[in-house]
Design a protein around this ligand. Structure first.
Ligand SMILES: [Zn+2]
Length: 192
């Protein structure tokens, strides 16, 4: 029996994540090279599109993991873990993750694509009030700033439009003041 046939049989042809009965296909968990029943599962198109990032994540759809995370099949557990990690900022997925148990081998595969690291390692720039800054935002200086390497002082209250983020360091952004591109420390700006 092929892997696909085994999966169809064990799942009775339903999506092993959300139990949808239509359009299920075999999904082998990347970066696995050889498909087998421990790294493959049957998923519907709705799940697959979101797993592969072809459509936006619909957090509500993934409430189904509440049940499927307890599957006896390790491939289903691994995908549930990965999707919960992606959705972690929603709150409830984190609670489910805390209850989950994967053995070492399963955990190694679950982590292989760095799903769990995305948020933790992401550099997030925040203004003086903790508001998240994004490239292209406008900010205002909340204190006078001496500009390094020049006699210029950027005055408190100066608006800086179309900021750029320093992707190595969450404390720095860049923007133009008096036509000069300067580095500004995030704790001295407020988002407009
Ligand atoms: Zn599904």
């Amino acid at each position: 029996m092929s892997v696909l046939q085994t999966l169809q049989e064990r799942s009775k042809n339903t999506c092993e994540l959300c139990t949808a009965t239509k359009g299920s296909s075999q999904y082998t968990i990347p970066p696995s090279l050889n498909e087998n029943i421990d790294n493959s599962l049957l998923v519907c198109k709705t799940c697959l599109d979101q797993i592969e990032g072809n459509t936006e994540m619909d957090a509500n759809h993934w409430r189904c993991l509440n049940d499927s995370m307890w599957s006896e099949h390790v491939a289903v557990q691994i995908m549930a873990w990965r999707m919960l990690q992606r959705l972690r900022n929603e709150g409830w997925p984190k609670d489910l993750l805390d209850m989950m148990y994967l053995d070492d081998k399963a955990l190694a595969l679950a982590r292989a694509t760095g799903e769990h690291e995305d948020e933790a390692n992401k550099i997030i720039h925040r203004d003086v009030n903790g508001i998240i800054l994004q490239a292209g935002d406008s900010v205002v200086l909340v204190k006078d700033l001496k500009v390094k390497g020049s006699s210029m002082v950027a005055k408190q209250g100066t608006a800086v439009r179309n900021i750029r983020l320093d992707h190595e360091n969450a404390e720095y952004i860049e923007g133009k003041v008096d036509n000069q591109q300067i580095v500004i420390i995030t704790k001295y700006v407020k988002k407009l």
